[in-house]
Design a protein around this ligand. Structure first.
Ligand SMILES: [Zn+2]
Length: 386
């Protein structure tokens, strides 16, 4: 706390200083509850805990029930005006029968989702509570959404998020913090394709010549598709799943593949998709057909003058909180900040605690980063209060 600063902000930051044990306890509670995307009841339990915390702070919450996933949680403050928008997700990539439990290991906390991104949820909740203690929260135009389907590309929540974030002054993503506290301003776009080849089944011994081999056809497509990768342009094509056939001695009539696309700009994404559609027609083995279906996609998070200025301002708040600052190099993984950026809201991401190894059993955070990351968020939000 620097001399001469706002006494409300000083009160908020002073309260936050001693909150590491309480932050760790809430993190433990959130991590102990499995919330794999495919475990909607578990995701709902996490959303319930987080929703109760938000209501305890006097915020209004709205539960958006889902047929396919856990509920999405939207929230808002009481102050009028164009809001700051907070982004988070309650789901993780860890199924209930795998990596489980929460463990403190020296200065590290370990557990499924501790880094991606339950640590970020804790940072957000404690920053808001500090603002309440400092009597700043009631003057802050605020909205946010914690979605339940981020780890599968937010197929359901993305339009809901876009609708709620539209018109915000900025969007702040509480995703896993980067090395060196670098703030994320650019992420690649992400596309998904399902590809299905259909042929004609036949006995491999008796009537091989009548068969039309769907695996052969799809294999030709895979080879051509992989060849579209262009690292210099930042475009990648990855065939990550391939299935087909029923038995060794049957000419297969069906084969399927799942393809992941990454690209720098929306036009590059459209061009890639169009080229893959053409390839499906060009390379199919005669007598077979290949159909390409588009799955959940994310637009790129494109760095703009406004988002760079936002990152610089946030970096000042990090430095004042004893953290480093700077912009992260382009990130290949998409997030919900891609969605808010695409509706014209300056968006930055990676504001959660420092850690490592997300999506693996080595996932961990540095406990010492919880309070300073929350302090940076408090400092930034205090600037946006009226
Ligand atoms: Zn995440």
């Amino acid at each position: 706390v620097s001399p001469g600063s706002d006494p409300h902000l000083e009160t908020a930051l002073r309260w936050l200083e001693d909150q590491r044990p309480a932050m760790t306890a809430l993190l433990e509670e959130l991590v102990q509850q499995n919330s794999y995307t495919g475990n909607p009841a578990g995701v709902a339990a996490v959303a319930r805990t987080v929703g109760e915390e938000l209501r305890r702070l006097g915020l209004q919450t709205e539960r958006l029930d889902s047929q396919r996933f856990g509920p999405h949680l939207a929230f808002s403050g009481r102050a009028a005006g164009r809001p700051v928008f907070l982004i988070g997700h309650t789901d993780t990539v860890f199924p209930p029968d795998g990596f489980q439990g929460f463990r403190v290991d020296g200065d590290l906390a370990r557990g499924p989702g501790v880094f991606d991104m339950k640590g970020g949820l804790v940072v957000g909740l404690f920053a808001l509570e500090a603002l309440l203690v400092g009597r700043i929260l009631g003057r802050l135009p605020l909205r946010g959404m914690f979605v339940a389907d981020e780890e599968v590309g937010s197929p359901e929540s993305a339009p809901l998020l876009a609708e709620r974030a539209r018109g915000a002054t900025c969007a702040l993503g509480l995703e896993s913090g980067r090395k060196g506290d670098l703030v994320v301003t650019a992420r690649k776009g992400v596309g998904a394709l399902k590809v299905e080849a259909r042929g004609v089944a036949a006995h491999a011994g008796n009537e091989h010549e009548r068969g039309k081999n769907a695996i052969w056809s799809l294999a030709r497509f895979v080879d051509a598709a992989q060849g579209l990768t262009d690292y210099a342009r930042g475009s990648t094509v990855n065939v990550g799943r391939f299935e087909g056939g029923t038995s060794k001695n049957t000419v297969p009539d069906r084969a399927t593949a799942q393809v992941d696309l990454r690209y720098l700009g929306a036009p590059e994404g459209e061009a890639l998709f169009a080229r893959l559609q053409e390839l499906a027609r060009e390379v199919a083995v005669p007598g077979t057909r290949i159909d390409v279906t588009r799955g959940a996609s994310r637009p790129p998070l494109e760095r703009t003058a406004a988002s760079a200025a936002l990152a610089a301002e946030y970096g000042e708040c990090q430095q004042a909180s004893g953290l480093a600052s700077g912009e992260a190099p382009l990130v290949g993984g998409g997030s919900d900040a891609n969605t808010t950026g695409a509706v014209g809201v300056p968006s930055i991401d990676g504001l959660g605690p420092r850690g490592a190894a997300f999506h693996t059993p080595e996932e961990r955070i540095e406990l010492a980063s919880l309070v300073p990351k929350a302090a940076a968020l408090v400092r930034f939000l205090a600037r946006r209060a009226h």
